[in-house]
Design a protein. Structure first.
Length: 663
């Protein structure tokens, strides 16, 4: 313990010169997601824009607002300023716009350019291959439950044929799966004219506020409360992610004119599902994506969905748009409800249709938006909100209501259940205030209600979520960040009554998080970051009942991160973390650097330490290789995980290697 304490002190003192990295901006937008370690739609967007920055003197307002730091209001102001004053001569010229925050210039510098568009090659090729493996073998490999292939393998190719044609393919297998192409995704994108695009193969749809169509990642509340409130869709795009049930497969086309946009799409896609073998009906979708065991393989491609639909958006005025989206879908198997009490309003039958009406209006510094959608059975969902954007104050308010029988399988809207747009009402308010040039204060409050019982809650319930953030830059290369978050959410727990009997009660799970972070960039090649975080978890108690397990838990996390560019072609990133949590309830999350294209949100609980090292070497202008090695050491434990994922020992190590090239 003495050595650990000395390490803490050293890390704190050294961390006062802590680092500044652009990745922090992305982390703050995604920090409320659950544990994941793979491609994310936002990462794909930003990586693409880093390779092909938007030309600030040619870009439209719709393309600008795809960047998470630019609102609809600001995008319209940038285009209006350019039309009035002529081309920008540098990105610093953006500061002349009254509504523009100068702190955004270094963030946007990777994604915007003022250079004239260069002529694209007639043919270019992008390759990415990645292999990930845990060093220690789990029980599933030892007893034969998993196929003896513990590597997770990912291969992707994208071919750009000038400005009009782009094609790509993706093959992926998870650890324990046999087939190297367990998941396959392909696309061909053809743009005969700038306003017309056709996509064949796997594709995504993003319209309005996501009630009818959106990508698999719902917008979560984050330390940027304005970005969290409103979705900015990008219509039809090729699918390049690895969520196996998330894409459509078929054909989609869009045509964009000055006063209208129109899109048509058709899809025939196989999906994973759980089947009731007695009735041969579908009980629910299987979304984990693993096909390692016989039981998991039995769920693969058990359901087929045929879907067709369209969208029409008109723009009667420059800052006003109205859209109508709809689709019909039919499954080859009938859905049933396994538990009529818990799934009383679950989807039944073989067919569904969803139609949505949306509007977006920019009025001065205000942006008003809404969407209403209705499914075939009469269930409905509605989202309505407003964003106010100026240089010193940003405001956002959002109301949502999803009825208990609303069924939108391809939507993913704002809410506590993410992609499940059902049985929820809520009111969200966020503010971002810049009283000084180097000081930003952010706050959000979200109140929500579940009017009907859910699968895990036997009765109606409500909850709340709060976040307060302070960002201070005492020096240009230093940032001090602190936040306090509190959430109260209902949960069903088994309690023991005074007479000794047990019963299920809905209790409030209350969690508070306090975080301090110091970042600094002492030189252009060295970036450092230090973080201390503490959380408290408590369950409400009833006078006549007592929980069968402890009702209070604590957790703490401390880490020091160092990022160093040793040579122009070689960069290193390492982090040493120490964590201490009473239980899984007080688990902590930390975003980690990874190989390009991957951002890991690592879950930690128990007591222990973790470190990782990421090396990125640019072999040539067209090729690079990246390696990540990580190791977690758990104190006072002899096993890690459970069942087929059980690992004997107290250490868990993993290695990832990625090669990518562009020709």
């Amino acid at each position: 313990m003495k050595s650990i304490l000395l390490t803490f002190i050293f890390a704190f003192l050294f961390g006062l010169n802590a680092g500044l990295a652009q990745q922090e901006n992305v982390e703050q937008l995604l920090e409320n997601l659950s544990e994941f370690s793979d491609n994310h739609e936002l990462i794909e967007l930003l990586n693409e824009l880093q390779s092909h920055p938007l030309n600030l003197n040619r870009v439209s307002a719709d393309d600008l607002k795809a960047l998470p730091w630019i609102s609809d209001v600001l995008a319209a102001k940038i285009v209006a300023y350019r039309q009035k004053h002529g081309d920008f001569h540098s990105l610093d010229d953006l500061e002349k716009i009254p509504e523009f925050d100068p702190n955004l210039v270094p963030i946007l510098s990777d994604y915007l350019t003022i250079n004239k568009p260069t002529e694209k090659r007639s043919l270019s090729l992008e390759l990415r291959s990645r292999i990930f493996r845990k060093i220690q073998q789990s029980q599933g490999y030892r007893d034969g439950s998993y196929y003896p292939s513990p590597e997770k393998i990912y291969n992707r190719i994208i071919i750009n044929g000038g400005e009009k044609i782009r094609a790509g393919g993706l093959l992926e297998k998870d650890a324990g799966e046999k087939n190297l192409a367990d998941f396959q995704s392909y696309f061909l994108e053809y743009s005969p004219r700038p306003a017309w695009k056709i996509v064949l193969g796997n594709y995504l749809l993003e319209f309005a506020q996501g009630l009818v169509f959106w990508n698999p990642y719902a917008r979560y509340k984050s330390s940027n409360p304005i970005y969290s409130a409103k979705k900015r869709g990008r219509l039809i795009r090729p699918y390049r992610l690895v969520d196996e049930n998330a894409s459509l497969r078929g054909i989609a086309s869009q045509f964009c004119a000055k006063f209208y946009q129109i899109a048509f799409f058709a899809s025939s896609q196989t999906l994973d599902a759980n089947i009731d073998r007695n009735s041969d009906r579908v009980t629910n979708f299987y979304t984990a994506g693993y096909h390692r065991t016989e039981n998991e393989r039995a769920k693969k491609d058990q359901l087929q969905e045929q879907l067709f639909g369209s969208r029409l958006q008109i723009t009667p005025q420059e800052n006003l748009s109205v859209g109508l989206t709809g689709y019909f879908s039919r499954f080859n198997r009938e859905f049933t409800v396994a538990n009529a009490e818990r799934y009383r309003f679950g989807f039944r039958g073989k067919r569904n249709q969803v139609f949505g009406l949306d509007a977006n209006w920019i009025f001065g510094d205000w942006n008003f938006f809404s969407e209403y959608a209705r499914s075939e059975n009469g269930g409905s969902g509605v989202v309505a909100g407003a964003v106010f954007d100026t240089r010193t104050v940003d405001l956002a308010v959002l109301f949502r209501r999803y009825s208990r029988d609303f069924h939108s399988f391809h939507g993913s809207g704002f809410g506590e259940h993410g992609g499940e747009l059902q049985n929820e009402r809520g009111l969200y308010f966020g503010i971002r205030f810049k009283p000084l040039k180097n000081l930003i204060l952010s706050l959000y409050q979200d109140q929500f209600v579940f009017p009907w019982r859910t699968y895990s809650l036997p009765e109606p319930a409500n909850g709340a979520d709060y976040l307060a953030v302070v960002e201070y830059r005492p020096l240009r290369r230093m940032k001090i960040y602190a936040h306090f978050k509190h959430a109260s959410k209902p949960r069903t727990e088994t309690v023991r009554l005074e007479n000794g009997n047990r019963s299920e009660w809905v209790v409030a799970r209350k969690q508070s998080n306090l975080r301090f972070q110091f970042e600094f960039r002492p030189t252009s090649d060295l970036k450092l970051r230090f973080r201390w975080e503490k959380n408290w978890v408590a369950f409400s108690e009833y006078p006549a009942a007592r929980m069968t397990s402890p009702v209070r838990f604590h957790g703490a996390l401390l880490y020091q991160e160092i990022n160093y560019r040793w040579r122009p072609r070689l960069t290193f990133s390492t982090r040493f973390s120490f964590f201490d949590s009473d239980d899984f309830e007080s688990r902590l999350y930390q975003f980690e650097r990874d190989v390009p294209g991957v951002l890991t949100n690592q879950m930690l609980y128990g007591q222990g330490s973790r470190w990782y090292l990421v090396c990125h070497y640019k072999i040539a202008a067209f090729a690079s290789v990246s390696i990540k090695f990580s190791e977690t050491h758990y104190y006072y434990r002899s096993t890690i995980g459970s069942q087929a994922d059980l690992i004997n020992g107290d250490q868990l190590s993993a290695v990832a290697i990625q090669c990518q090239s562009r020709w």
